[in-house]
Design a protein around this ligand. Structure first.
Ligand SMILES: *[C@@H]1O[C@H](CO)[C@@H](O)[C@H](O)[C@H]1NC(C)=O
Length: 225
């Protein structure tokens, strides 16, 4: 995705005025390993509500910014701006932070609520290509949701673990390994929505079977002029 300097300026201005208020600090499936939200910093203090440092890896995901190509489908953080889904997925794979899950399996997703508008309920959806954008995302069933109404509650500096069920017909085909999906969760706070994305690796899918560049075999090979 290309970012013009004017959209970057708009983004910087937007980032400066938004306080973001939750982070996905852990996600575990029915297989090995654990994922964390893209750009989540495990060293960041979780014992305050201030922008610096306690909101710095919180993620805001606005449909309007996605539509305007200011951010990808996973939004942005206070410090780092747009989350590059493809790059962050490869970073997580390289770091060995990848939860494995099977079709129909339940992910236990731990959200850190920084302050009031990081509350629930959260909605989650799935991109089986990892990084194709939200158009074909599949809605996921969420149980044991974070308490709250319209993304607001009196809770702060607190963690909640929600259950997010993968679809039975899941087939993750993304990333360098060809078997990665992206899960996106966010609340509906007016100042947000807040939440985040993380990658998961499927243990029982077909994965990506066609590795040609365009996703289909070339019609013909180049002949010399
Ligand atoms: C908050 O957490 C940070 C590190 O995570 C620690 O250095 C600091 O002492 C804590 N502050 C309080 C008031 O507990």
């Amino acid at each position: 995705m290309y970012y013009s300097s004017s959209s970057l300026l708009a983004l910087v201005a937007a980032v400066a005025t938004v306080n973001a208020h939750s982070a996905i600090i852990k996600a575990v499936g029915d297989g090995k390993g654990a994922s964390q939200g893209f750009l989540v910093d495990q060293q960041l203090a979780r014992n305050c509500t201030t922008i610096s440092p306690c909101q710095q890896d919180s993620v805001i995901i606005r449909d309007q910014e996605i539509t305007q190509n200011i951010v990808n489908q996973c939004g942005r953080t206070e410090i780092a701006g747009n989350i590059d889904v493809g790059a962050e997925t490869e970073n997580e794979l390289a770091a060995g932070r990848m939860a494995q899950v099977s079709a129909g399996g339940v992910m236990k997703v731990t959200l850190h609520q920084v302050n009031a508008d990081g509350a629930g309920p959260y909605e989650c959806d799935l991109d089986m290509t990892n990084n194709a954008g939200p158009a074909n995302n599949v809605a996921l069933k969420v149980t044991n949701n974070v308490p709250g109404a319209n993304g607001l509650s009196q809770n702060k500096e607190q963690q909640f673990t929600i259950n997010v069920q993968m679809p039975k017909d899941m087939n993750c085909i993304g990333a360098s390994t060809g078997d990665i999906c992206t899960v996106r969760c966010r609340n509906n706070a007016l100042a947000g929505p807040f939440g985040g994305c993380f990658a998961v690796q499927q243990t029982d899918g077909k994965g990506r079977t066609d590795s040609s560049a365009a996703g289909k075999p070339p019609l013909n090979t180049l002949s010399s002029p």
